[in-house]
Ligand binder design. Structure first.
Ligand code: SF4
Length: 312
């Protein structure tokens, strides 16, 4: 049984219109089955594949000029799809930006914020987000730990979607629930500067945020009608990470991670607002995408942050 967010049917890759194409800058691993298939395709493409794939460790595509996938052509279209069809893609290329959790009661899926189109859909959703299935049945949870996680997640989502409470009261309640304390903004920035930084935009943003004095009256007014964007990011993180926690400690860290991420995104948004005197919906989408690429999609960076949260 597949459970997916109610907005999932809206998602379609925007291909060459995408400004942050996922075929640029990411070293894509190739699953075994597809690697085997690529060995037998024959013709000119076979030759290109054998040059473009590095089999050392997990097979992956060697990035070309400007970190582009070697099969991304000048029109930003994929030569593998153009030659062999979509069915010839490796699992990561086929599924990105979807993520899946296989659980005792079925499979849950969602779309990762590191994709600009997914981020646009997630942040743009006005309704409270739930996971729905074609069969329309509630999950029958067999595993007791999963049941505990499911309930903990429902509590977290209940807090995040409590629209009668101001955003920062909801964040406070999450921190309380986690039993942890968040690092100060300057400690968080110091950690972020020590982590691996993937793009210049993130580096510049961290520098800009250093000037933040913690006062955001203009930004608070600017965002007063847009707290739903933060709610949606929090709910996305809750669906994505809480059900995968393997013990109580990790669960606490993951809840704190949601509170930390929302606080960070708010203050980074405020820094952008101070500089540009505006923070449009498109700025919020781009900031979420950037955060997701730099933090969420970097296992090492996210682990460092969870470790920092867990130590407190
Ligand atoms: S980042 Fe998203 S919209 Fe852009 S090319 Fe990748 S899947 Fe498509």
């Amino acid at each position: 049984m597949l459970f997916r967010p109610q907005y999932s049917e809206e998602f379609h890759c925007i291909g060459k219109r995408c400004r942050h194409n996922c075929c640029i800058g990411w070293e894509i691993d190739i699953d075994e089955e597809t690697r085997e298939y690529y060995r037998g395709v024959g013709g000119k493409l076979q030759k290109r594949l054998s040059i473009a794939i590095d089999d050392e460790g997990t097979p992956h595509f060697r990035l070309g000029r400007k970190e582009r996938c070697p099969f991304l052509n000048r029109r930003n279209l994929c030569d593998i799809i153009l030659t062999l069809g979509e069915g010839a893609l490796c699992e990561i290329c086929r599924e990105h930006p979807r993520y899946y959790h296989t659980l005792s009661y079925g499979v849950e899926m969602g779309y990762g914020l590191c994709c600009e189109e997914a981020a646009r859909i997630v942040l743009g959703e006005k309704e409270k987000v739930t996971l729905v299935s074609e069969e329309g049945l509630p999950p029958e949870i067999i595993d007791p730990w999963e049941e505990a996680l499911y309930e903990a997640r429902a509590t977290v989502i209940g807090i995040l979607t409590d629209r009668m409470s101001p955003l920062f009261s909801r964040i406070e309640r999450l921190i309380l629930l986690s039993g942890l304390t968040l690092p100060s903004f300057s400690e968080s920035l110091a950690l972020l500067e020590r982590l691996e930084i993937l793009s210049d935009s993130w580096k510049k943003l961290l520098l800009l945020a250093k000037e933040d004095d913690g006062e955001h009256p203009g930004f608070d007014r600017h965002m007063a009608e847009r707290t739903v964007e933060y709610e949606q990011i929090g709910v996305y993180l809750a669906y994505r990470y809480l059900i995968a926690a393997f013990d109580e400690e990790v669960l606490s860290e993951e809840i704190a991670f949601i509170a930390w991420s929302l606080t960070l995104l708010y203050r980074l948004g405020s820094a952008i607002y101070r500089k540009k005197r505006r923070f449009r919906f498109t700025d919020a989408v781009e900031l979420s995408r950037l955060f997701s690429s730099e933090i969420e999609y970097s296992t090492e960076n996210r682990e460092e942050i969870l470790a920092l949260l867990g130590r407190r």
